[in-house]
Design a protein around this ligand. Structure first.
Ligand SMILES: NC(=O)c1ccc[n+]([C@@H]2O[C@H](COP(=O)([O-])OP(=O)(O)OC[C@H]3O[C@@H](n4cnc5c(N)ncnc54)[C@H](OP(=O)(O)O)[C@@H]3O)[C@@H](O)[C@H]2O)c1
Length: 210
C-alpha cells in the first residue's frame, strides 16, 4: 500500500517506519518536510518526505493523521473535497491544555473526537486507531510475535475497517474492532482503554467484546 503520514513526530514517524519495514511505500509529511531526512533514511528506500499537500496529491491508499488535534481543521482544508474516497486513520487526541478551545469544545460535545474528524474529512472514509497507545509501546512492542499487543480501532465503513485492520496487523499488533465511530468512547482520553498496554484477551474483556 501507499501510505501518507500527516505529522511525522513520535506517533507518525514511528508508525511510518514500521509500515516501511512491513514493505509499504511511505510518504512522511509535516509543515517542514526538509527536516525529515533522518526519518526517511531510517525508513529506507520506499520512503520519502513531502509537504502535506503533496502527500494528499500523491493519491495514497491510506493516510495517518498524527498531528496535534488543533491542526485538524487546517489539514482538512488542504484535503478538501478533491482528494475524497481515501481512508483516513485518525490517531489524534484533543488536549485542551495544548490544543486550546477546539479541543475543549470537542470534549464537551456529544460527539466523539473521531466523529469530529470524520465530519471535517467528510469525503473520506475515517477510522480511529493508534490514539490509545503510548509512543513508547508503539516503538517497542511492534513486531512482537511472542507477546503481541492488542490495538483497539473503530471504522466508519467496510473499506476503512479492512484497511485499518490490515495496517495494524502488518506491524505485529492484534487489531480489536470496537465498532463504528459512535463506539469510540472507551478509546477517548482517560477512558477505559486509553493508554492500556495489554494482549487481546484482556482488551476484549475490558471492552466486552467476545
Ligand atoms: N505521544 C503519544 O504517546 C501519543 C499516543 C497516541 C496518540 N497521540 C496523539 O497523536 C498526535 C501526535 O502526537 P505526537 O506525540 O506524535 O506529536 P509530535 O511528536 O509533536 O508530532 C506532531 C507532528 O505534527 C506535525 N505538525 C504539527 N502541526 C502540523 C500541521 N498544522 N500540519 C501538519 N503537520 C503538523 C509536526 O511537525 P512540524 O512542526 O514540522 O509540522 C510533528 O511532526 C497527537 O494528536 C497526540 O495526542 C500521541
Amino acid at each position: 500500500m501507499k501510505i501518507g503520514i500527516i505529522g511525522s513526530g513520535n506517533i507518525g514517524g514511528t508508525l511510518g517506519k514500521h509500515w516501511a519495514q512491513a514493505g509499504h511505500e511511505v510518504l512522511f509529511s509535516s509543515r517542514h518536510p526538509e527536516e525529515l531526512g533522518d526519518i526517511v533514511r531510517e525508513a529506507g528506500d520506499k520512503a520519502k518526505a513531502v509537504s502535506v499537500a503533496e502527500a494528499f496529491e500523491a493519491n495514497a491508499d491510506a493516510y495517518l493523521l498524527a498531528t496535534p488535534f488543533k491542526a485538524i481543521n487546517e489539514t482538512a482544508e488542504v484535503f478538501a473535497g478533491e482528494y475524497g474516497n481515501k481512508v483516513i486513520i485518525d490517531a489524534t487526541n484533543p488536549y485542551p491544555e495544548t490544543d486550546g478551545e477546539i479541543a475543549q469544545d470537542v470534549r464537551d460535545d456529544n460527539r466523539n473526537a473521531s466523529e469530529y474528524t470524520a465530519l471535517k474529512f467528510s469525503t473520506a472514509f475515517t477510522a480511529k486507531a493508534f490514539n490509545t497507545i503510548h509512543a513508547k509501546d508503539l516503538k517497542e512492542r511492534a513486531f512482537d510475535d511472542s507477546n503481541p499487543m492488542a490495538v483497539p480501532f473503530a471504522a466508519q465503513d467496510a473499506k476503512s475497517r479492512e484497511v485499518t485492520d490490515k495496517l495494524i496487523r502488518d506491524i505485529g499488533f492484534i487489531p480489536i474492532y470496537v465498532g463504528d465511530l459512535g463506539s469510540t468512547k472507551a478509546m477517548e482520553v482517560d477512558e477505559k482503554v486509553y493508554g492500556v498496554s495489554t494482549d487481546q484477551q484482556e482488551l476484549r474483556s475490558m471492552l466486552n467484546i467476545s
